[in-house]
Write a protein that binds this ligand. Sequence first.
Ligand code: HEC
Length: 142
Amino acid sequence: MKRLFVIVAALIPLTVMAVDLSDEQRAAIEERIQPYSKVCVTGDEACSAKDMGAAVAESGARSGDAVYNSACMACHATGAAGAPMLGDVAAWEPRIAKGMEALYDSGINGVAGSSMIAKGGCMDCSDEEIRAAVDFMVAESQ
Ligand code: HEC
């Protein structure tokens, strides 16, 4: 009985978090969890630029907001695990004060002792793409 209570108590914050998502965030998540066959792969000729949305850039590198939306928003849109939220000026101010190089370093290598792991877990993101995502997050949060 006690164990059941613990499980239920652990599920409540998860449920609340799911409910907290905006339609936009929910749509972005639904898009990401589509079966592989429905998702366009970069460089696949069969995929139109429209299907790829913002993910297509001239150089092949994804834009900062595309990287943010696929790899960073899970935590930074909700504040999950204590992540500074996108648009939260007060939360970002002391971080921005450290300078962009420090933030790029955190984005690429992670923040030790936190759930901010290297590249936010996006292991196929290039350093350049992570810097673009950090630029995007900072621009939206000051
Ligand atoms: C699993 C959750 C999670 C994901 C995914 C995630 N972050 Fe974070 N991020 C965090 C947390 C937690 C912190 C706060 C770490 C701290 O300072 O203790 C953080 C902090 C940061 C900071 C500020 C670091 C500093 O030095 O002040 C940057 C920049 C950042 N994240 C960039 C990114 C980028 C870019 C992505 C996507 C490529 C990303 N994060 C994905 C959890 C996440």
